[in-house]
Design a protein around this ligand. Structure first.
Ligand code: ATP
Length: 231
């Protein structure tokens, strides 16, 4: 489904992502783990086409998309929910969701299905997103990405700034996407949740992948070692 080979992404001279390679199959749920500054957001943004890459290759559904625009990648079925949600605060939940249909793809997602998936949004349908709670904003941002009917959904730190209860609610909603066969790549700082929720854990340290294992073949201790670069 998604393949990254030997990817380098730089900010000026600084190599934020260094020689990263990974393959994600259809229906895989993959958690990307790593300390602040490890390069997770940079990698996700480069995969989604939101950042130019220095060298290497990204392919999606057997097509080379390395130099394809982010909107063309959305059209091919690859959608990113960026860190910080990036909603239009003066627009309502419904208006923000409709923005997700700017790039048209056929599929089963509709406004009504988004509200069925995130029931707490129903009463907020006509509220401006700037007035919503963090959990409601996150649900709106995920809903907006789903409106493009992605085959692969990339989520950057869905839990950021949310209370544990709200994180559980957001994850319960994402969980329902697994059954729909959506491929998911997400950044998760909570190792236990990452192990519980995903099939695979990939850990980054200083721009490189230092662990890539099925969650059934690893444990919190091993991931923690990789996270801190311990031997
Ligand atoms: P976080 O969890 O803090 O978001 P991260 O693992 O997602 O961390 P990135 O945000 O990808 O890490 O950052 C990787 C490195 O690139 C960091 O050293 C960061 O300071 C640097 N960096 C990120 N964005 C820029 C930028 N726009 N210009 C210069 N350097 C940047």
């Amino acid at each position: 489904m998604l393949s990254v080979s030997n990817l380098d992404v730089r900010y000026g001279q600084f190599r934020a992502v260094q020689g990263v390679s990974m393959n994600i199959d259809q229906g895989d749920i993959v958690s990307l783990i790593g300390a602040n500054g490890a390069g997770k957001s940079t990698l996700l943004r480069a995969i989604a086409g939101a950042l130019p890459i220095h060298s290497g290759r990204v392919s999606f559904k057997q097509h080379d998309v390395t130099t394809t625009s982010s909107s063309a990648r959305v059209k091919q079925g690859l959608s990113l929910v960026p860190e910080g949600r990036r909603l239009f605060a003066d627009m309502t939940v419904e208006e923000n969701l409709l923005l997700g249909t700017t790039v048209k793809r056929s599929g089963d997602w509709s406004i009504e299905r988004i509200f069925a998936t995130f029931p707490n949004l129903v009463k907020r349908r006509h509220a401006k997103t700037g007035n919503l709670s963090g959990g409601e904003q996150q649900a709106t941002a995920i809903g907006r990405a789903l409106m493009s009917n992605p085959d692969c959904l990339i989520l950057d730190e869905v839990s950021l700034g949310l209370s544990p209860l709200v994180v559980d609610q957001v994850y319960a909603s994402i969980d329902s996407l697994k059954d729909a066969g959506t491929t998911i790549l997400l950044v998760e700082q909570d190792l236990e949740r990452a192990i519980r929720f995903s099939h695979r854990a990939i850990c980054m340290l200083e721009g490189k992948i230092v662990l890539d294992k099925l969650t059934s073949d690893t444990n919190k201790e091993e991931i923690t070692h990789a996270y801190f670069g311990l031997q």
